[in-house]
Ligand binder design. Structure first.
Ligand code: ARG
Length: 646
């Protein structure tokens, strides 16, 4: 703040403008908004509190930086256009903003270029990786007025694949969006618990164990646990289906009643019903439920090896979990406790031997939900109820987000409603389902992709091909395969986060890997280009390496509209971040980054660096360094790995 006060003194402001709950030292827009508010309050007599929220960021630069619709000031005036003119006329001279331009009933405020560059660029250069995030830290505080009370805690549950089943598009999107949300809340000062809730329990894990006995290979399991368990599962499921067919056919034959070989057929049926896959799996799962060591040991090994492998793949996406939970981790006691509350509160009812909750009394759409099967076993929903309670006990969270495909809208709506009906409002009021649409046509050359690694490998290969088409550049890259891998991952992630979450999109390998259009490789290219500019400057002027651009560059030399336009974009990053916390949409960040990258690429022709006079060179380098920082901060928030060369 002292630094800002000093800088403002230089332009003739003896006090830092700061309306309540604003962070002018971290957010340039807070500074300008507060300043305009103060001046307008003084000149019009209207209360600051009314003015501040009416100052909106404009969407087009022709309309200035901030826009105010005078109706929003809620003053009793007949002629609003005249009121606007009057406010503009009375607005005093300011070192930071021009007198507002009036269009109809709108006041348009333009920041003055000089203070914009001299205040904003040093701020970005000094804050570095925290620029933007430092303006959002208060959001995660339990009490923004008293940071010593600590941070709020959020659980972000995401990815949550099922062991021995394919990692499908829903898991891919959950992984990408959830990774982003974890970063977002962390960036906004929350204490984040990243949680993976594995599908790792149920009779199918009995099936898997039986299958492993028949088709499994120890060597394969260790080498490629996820792929191998899936293969085993496919084989054993086929065998189980065949057995079921045999039983069905035999029963039909018996029903026809020819009678000749009935005894033989009955024996066949008996054999399968007693010793077939289905029965063995059932028995196996019962042993697992009873906590029998040997059965659990095998299952646990499958789980551990799978997690180990998942971890490696997630790491490629910059994702690390704090907690690998899963359906298996829900304790019988937790579900018992829930069942009791359900019953006591009259929420559940017994129907045909099973227990269910009739949610139609809250809303028709919610339907009826089964919480206990006739045989007494739990369901997916039951486990989620018990798990929520356990999570609250373990983490005492302030908020919990489930990042799950919109196919499960009903499931989560039922879950939250049941919790509420049980009186567990301490949990239900803190939970949110973050949903998303489907990926269409997610297939690769090898057919429909099944595992995350396969998808990433294919995209990496594709990216490698694209890179090879530019021989010159390709030759300069140190480790082209690694770069291709990183670019491929960016391609997949950006394609996924480009639109609103709820929209479906088509998995289009050619488009996402292109350097043109709003793609991951395009963003990476923008970042790499900024890095290369700096490398070139330093190669030509080695002493620049040591120069502290934030203090040494004369930023008033940045006068070109392209430079000012770019600084305006950079200045708005903290606001974009705050807005992203509201929308919880990665597209809020991406739309901004693409806009910024476009402003960048159209500035290069006008803002040459090499060959410019030293003062100009330093000022422009400061601008590009700040731009690289903002791009980098945004890309990391999305979970991308910004590359320095490509
Ligand atoms: N494993 C589930 C699936 O693949 C997703 C789990 C979502 N999370 C939850 N708490 N139910 O469909």
């Amino acid at each position: 703040m002292d630094e800002l006060a000093g800088a403002l003194q230089k332009v003739g402001l003896d006090k830092v403008p700061a309306e309540p709950n604003t962070y002018p030292a971290h957010n340039p827009f807070d500074l300008f908004r507060s300043h305009v508010t103060e001046l307008l309050a003084k000149s019009s007599g209207i209360d600051n509190k009314i003015i501040y929220p009416t100052l909106q960021k404009t969407s087009k630069s022709e309309h200035g930086d901030l826009q105010l619709a005078v109706q929003a000031l809620r003053q009793k005036r007949k002629d609003m256009a005249e009121f606007a003119k009057e406010l503009a006329d009375n607005f005093p001279e300011s070192p930071l903003v021009d007198k507002p331009a009036v269009t109809g009933t709108l006041l348009n405020f333009f920041y003055k270029p000089e203070p914009l560059s001299t205040l904003v660029l040093p701020n970005i250069l000094k804050s570095g990786p925290t620029y933007g995030f430092s303006a959002a830290q208060h959001l995660g505080l339990k009490d923004p007025a008293d940071p010593s009370k600590g941070r709020k805690k959020i659980i972000v549950e995401f990815s949550s694949p099922n062991i021995a089943k394919p990692f499908h598009a829903g898991h891919l999107r959950s992984t990408i969006i959830g990774g982003f949300l974890g970063n977002l809340y962390e960036g906004a000062g929350w204490d984040v618990v990243r949680m993976n809730y594995l599908g790792d329990w149920g009779k199918q894990y009995g099936v898997l164990a039986v299958g492993f006995d028949l088709f499994g290979s120890e060597e394969e399991l260790v080498k490629n646990p996820i792929g191998h368990l899936y293969d085993v599962y496919v084989k054993i499921s086929k065998k189980a289906a065949e057995e079921a067919d045999v039983v069905k056919a035999a029963k039909e034959e018996i029903a026809k009643g020819e009678g000749a070989n009935t005894a033989e057929l009955e024996a066949k049926i008996k054999e399968i019903e007693e010793n077939g896959v289905d029965q063995q799996a059932r028995q196996y799962f019962v042993k697992m439920c009873d906590g029998e060591e040997k059965a659990l040991g095998i299952w646990k090994r499958f789980r551990d090896l799978s997690i180990e492998k998942y971890k490696k793949t997630y790491a490629r996406l910059n994702i690390h979990y704090d907690d690998y939970s899963g359906e298996s981790q829900v304790k019988e006691e937790s579900m018992e406790e829930a069942a009791q509350v359900l019953q006591e509160k009259g929420v559940s009812e017994v129907s045909d031997g099973a227990v269910m909750v009739d949610l139609t009394k809250y809303s028709k759409k919610l339907g009826k939900a089964l919480v206990k099967k006739k045989d007494g076993t739990s369901l997916y929903l039951t486990r989620d109820i018990g798990e929520a309670k356990q999570r609250m006990e373990k983490y005492n969270f302030d908020k919990m987000i489930y990042v799950v495909a919109s196919q499960q809208d009903l499931h989560l709506a039922q879950l939250f409603k049941i919790e509420e009906a049980m009186g567990w409002t301490d949990i239900s009021s803190k939970c949110q389902h973050i949903n998303f649409g489907m990926v269409l046509g997610m297939s690769t050359r090898k057919g429909t992709a099944k595992f995350l690694d396969d998808i990433l490998a294919e995209v990496g290969e594709k990216m490698h091909e694209v890179m090879k088409t530019n021989e010159n550049k390709y030759a300069q890259i140190e480790d082209p395969l690694k770069t291709a891998d990183t670019l491929g991952i960016s391609a997949v992630m950006v394609q996924d986060m480009k639109g609103k979450r709820i929209n479906n999109y088509t998995f289009d390998m050619d488009r996402m890997c292109s350097f043109e259009g709003d793609t991951g490789p395009y963003l990476q290219y923008a970042h790499a280009r900024l890095c290369s500019i700096r490398r070139k400057v330093i190669a030509a002027h080695p002493d620049v390496e040591e120069v502290d651009l934030a203090t040494a560059a004369d930023l008033t030399l940045l006068k070109e509209p392209q430079a000012i336009g770019l600084i305006r974009e950079l200045a708005s990053w903290p606001d974009v971040l705050l807005n992203t916390v509201k929308t919880q949409e990665p597209t809020t960040v991406l739309t901004y980054l693409f806009k910024m990258a476009h402003a960048l690429s159209s500035s290069y022709d006008h803002l040459q660096i090499l060959g410019s006079e030293r003062d100009v060179l330093l000022a422009r380098l400061a601008l590009y360094t700040a731009a690289r920082q903002v791009l980098n901060n945004g890309m990391r928030l999305l979970g991308l790995n910004p590359v320095e060369r490509m």
